[in-house]
Design a protein around this ligand. Structure first.
Ligand code: ADP
Ligand code: ASP
Ligand code: MG
Length: 814
């Protein structure tokens, strides 16, 4: 004998029911019990109608109408016209009874659990009857049985308890006498000894099927649903989740107990005791292998099998000095909860005995608080125990696996992964079986936590980085291009999956939770919503992705002022914008401290020398114990370009214009020519070498005349360059006569920094510097005479973009 159970989605429409028929027809077993759920969504609608009616809200009628239409339409689609009338009239008469029941509740203005159970039972009664008639119509060898006649429970309604002795006997007598090869029966519903309809709890059709399977010692119990088995995590929340081919009863029990809804937790017990296997299959992909659940015979397998979660959890904490060393407090605590019918999902007790903390279903919170406070009134009045504290909006997330007990470090890995992703842990519990480790976290963090843990335990190979890019001018657009080009390479070779989730320029912004298609980002951005740096941040925070990185490709101080918000939420920041690191020291140091505190890298390699690895090298020197004695550098690609091209045959004004046109200067060329840009860079290097310096501490020996420095527009600035052409020519001639070249040099030594134009003689490292190249000489304790030299292209969008890219890869390897 085989028992096949089809869930709500599997029977949600005529089309789906046709698939069910195919699956049942192909069964290789001589005897088959087919258990069906209510049509998908109907149980919820019935409960909603009951609730509305009990509140004397007439809207229950329109809900009832929807229920009616769903069923009548399905009949019309499944059964040919000539066979419809008998079935329609039976269903209509059932719907009339349902209407009367709802009306009753509406008139009295209340609902009992008994009535509510009676009302919801119609979901399964109708679906099973319609499916039975359809099978008959299709010439299948089928009969019908109302499960209420076989499954007997106590009279407790809602959380009814099955009387297995009576149930098993009734099942045996009935199923053994059946001559047909298929029996269709409703899931979820049962009846009490008094004959009232009862139910087996939400998701209870699985349980119905398991009860039949166990009573009849079936060969197998097949659970047909809308996913291809039990997954490593809920596939609706974790895209990378995979179906588990084979797990043990105990693992299935832990996973379902902790929220893997695909199997109703009580289902396992009856079949486990008979050693009957469960096979979870996908109605819509019947060729997928599914998950087989059996005894764990060989004890081998992966340590962590799955990650599941339960939402809507509240934590109750009982604490107080009167608890220490007094026996029986926990016993009383649990007793009152159990007497109130509140089940405890998770327990932790501090070894100091000072507090007990339990996780319960959020809906039980008020009742739990009242009963516990009433039970401990005596102690509370005498300040020995504090009134119980309840905290809501929580969820439990659990790692499950049979072999976790023989592995150290799993919980460490779990908690550090959560910590790294800024998921705050409110309570921790480890099952005594060591088959699960669970943590209570905020409900809002569930998706991020599941994905981060899944990545850590199941996708050790691939790490996803989620980027939010602000600024898509020269540098930003090159950067996006590079990401697009390298995406495949990075995934294959560095196991990094880089996704661009948000893009903004100063006008519009666009987000795509699945990653923006980079082929057409310009078009998407243009159609995006109005840009706003605060709502950009809000979205990044709300999306709450693991490994989120904010990338600033602007030169805006407003954008720089948002870094602390990102870092404070454990979102990494990568920036080529120099403003933050060259602002006052407190701010610079504050951001670095936040990065450390919130475990979110703050990287700005491109602030100095574009893509050249200057800051990273400096960091490594310092970290390994070296000390910087002196830095000498040419750090302005723009000024280098200008002085490499300037001579007595060309006007200074023209060279600067050309530099601007070719993109070697900031939009405002004065920022480069005045030396401010270089001051910022040497300031950052001095700070990264461990010195507390402010921008005003840097000496700037400007070569520009005062008048040029004081201009207010690019136009005036260029005009003044023309006016002082002779002064610039003098600078050139003097250098030329001394057989020197002009270079704009930044220097740092003994806590003092300066920038200015210098004549560089032939044998100097700076003499042959080409084009817009940068060069840095680090004189350190380990390199006292021959400095460490870093040299190469130090300006330009392409190299700057690649420097940003390098910072992102650094974070990926973090
Ligand atoms: P049915 O109506 O067939 O009984 P359910 O909705 O009760 O189906 O259960 C199937 C759903 O369980 C899936 O659609 C999926 O969203 C959810 N689910 C949660 N955790 C898991 C998991 N670990 N593996 C598979 N499905 C899961
Ligand atoms: N129809 C019931 C529910 O939605 C039982 C089930 O589908 O398993 O909870
Ligand atoms: Mg279910």
């Amino acid at each position: 004998m085989k028992v096949l159970k089809f869930g709500g989605t599997s029977v949600a429409s005529a089309k789906n029911i046709a698939l069910v028929k195919d699956i049942v027809s192909q069964s290789d077993n001589l005897k088959n019990i087919v258990v069906v759920s209510a049509f998908g969504g109907i149980t919820d609608l019935l409960l909603q109608a009951a609730h509305l009616a009990s509140e004397q809200n007439e809207k229950y009628k329109s809900v009832l109408k929807d229920i009616e239409e769903r069923h009548l339409n399905t009949i019309k689609q499944l059964i040919p016209v000539h066979g419809q009338s008998r079935i329609l009239s039976k269903v209509k008469s059932d719907l009339n009874i349902l209407e009367t029941l709802l009306e009753g509740s509406y008139l009295i203005g209340e609902i009992t659990t008994k009535l509510s159970d009676k009302i919801v039972s119609y979901g399964e009664l109708l679906s099973s009857y319609i499916i039975f008639e359809f099978f008959k119509q299709e010439q299948m060898d089928v009969t019908y049985m109302d499960s209420r006649e076989l499954i007997k429970t106590n009279d407790l309604n809602e959380k009814a308890v099955v009387n297995f002795e009576v149930t098993d006997a009734l099942c045996k007598t009935f199923f053994e006498s059946v001559q047909k090869s298929i029996v269709v029966a409703p899931g979820f519903i049962s009846s009490s000894e008094m004959g009232n309809s009862t139910t087996l709890g939400r998701g209870g059709s699985d349980y119905t099927a398991a009860i039949f399977a166990a009573a009849m010692n079936a060969d197998i119990l097949e659970i047909w649903t809308d996913v291809s088995g039990m997954y490593t995590a809920n596939p609706k929340l974790v895209k990378q989740a995979k179906a588990l081919p084979h797990i043990s009863y105990e693992e299935a029990m832990e996973l379902s107990h902790f929220g893997a809804k695909v199997l109703y937790p009580p289902t396992i017990q009856p079949v486990l005791s008979k050693g009957i296997s469960i096979l979870i299959k996908n109605t819509f992909k019947p060729d997928d292998k599914g998950t087989l659940i059996t005894q764990n015979k060989n004890g081998k397998g992966k340590t962590v099998r799955g990650i599941s979660h339960v939402e809507n959890i509240a934590l109750l904490s009982l604490e107080g000095p009167g608890m220490v060393g007094i026996p029986g407090i926990s016993k009383r605590f649990f007793e009152v909860l159990s007497q109130a019918g509140i089940s405890v999902v998770l327990i932790t007790q501090a070894s100091s005995e000072h507090s007990i903390c339990v996780g319960i279903s959020a809906e039980d919170t008020d009742e739990a608080v009242n009963t516990v406070n009433a039970a401990f009134e005596y102690e509370i009045d005498r300040n020995r125990i504090k009134p119980v504290i309840a905290e809501g909006n929580l969820a439990i997330i659990a790692l499950v696996g049979d072999n976790m007990k023989s592995h150290q470090g799993l919980s460490g890995k779990m908690f550090s992964t959560l910590g790294r992703n800024n998921v705050n842990i409110r309570a921790i519990a480890q099952g005594a079986s060591e088959r699960n480790v669970s943590a209570v976290i905020k409900k809002n963090d569930v998706k991020k936590a599941l994905n981060a843990l899944h990545e850590e335990f199941f996708e050790e190979n691939i790490k996803q980085l989620n980027l939010f890019v602000m600024g898509v001018g020269n540098v930003g657009s090159k950067f996006l291009k590079q990401v697009q080009q390298q995406k495949k390479y990075l995934k294959e070779n560095l196991k990094l999956n880089i996704r661009i989730i948000g893009i903004s320029n100063s006008r519009t912004m666009v987000f795509d939770e699945d990653g923006i298609a980079l082929k057409n980002w310009e078009g998407l951005l243009e159609k995006g919503e109005k840009a706003d740096k605060n709502s950009f941040f809000d979205t990044v925070q709300k999306l709450n992705y693991r490994n989120s990185i904010f990338v600033d490709n602007t030169a805006s101080d407003e954008v720089a002022s948002t870094y602390d918000a990102y870092l404070g939420n454990s979102i990494s920041v990568v920036t080529c914008n120099k403003i933050a690191c060259s602002s006052n020291y407190e701010n610079y140091q504050g951001l670095k401290n936040m990065a450390r505190e919130y475990n979110a890298p703050f990287l700005f390699e491109t602030n100095v020398g574009a893509g050249l690895p200057i800051i990273d090298t400096l960091k490594h020197l310092i970290a390994s114990g070296d000390k910087v004695l002196k830095i000498q550098a040419v750090l302005s690609g723009s000024l280098n370009f200008v002085f490499n091209n300037f001579n007595d045959k060309i006007a200074f004004h023209d060279v600067v214009k050309q530099a601007q046109e070719e993109g070697y200067t900031e939009p405002d060329p004065k920022i480069d020519l005045s030396g401010i840009d270089v001051m910022r860079k040497i300031l950052i290097l001095a700070r990264e070498s461990g010195n507390r310096l402010e921008i005003d501490d840097i000496e700037n020996k400007s070569f520009l005349p005062k008048e040029s420095l004081e201009t207010k527009s690019n136009e005036d600035f260029f005009a003044s360059l023309k006016k002082y052409e002779n002064d610039f020519q003098d600078l050139y001639t003097q250098a030329n006569e001394a057989d020197c070249k002009l270079k704009y040099v930044a220097q740092y030594e003994d806590g003092r920094a300066s920038v200015g134009l210098q004549q560089i003689p032939k044998n100097h490292d700076f003499y042959n510097l080409q084009g817009s190249d940068n060069i840095v000489l680090f004189y350190t304790e380990r390199y006292p005479n021959q400095p460490m030299i870093i040299k190469g292209a130090g300006a330009g969008a392409e190299v700057t973009a690649s420097g940003i890219f390098a910072d992102i890869i650094r974070i990926g390897n973090f």
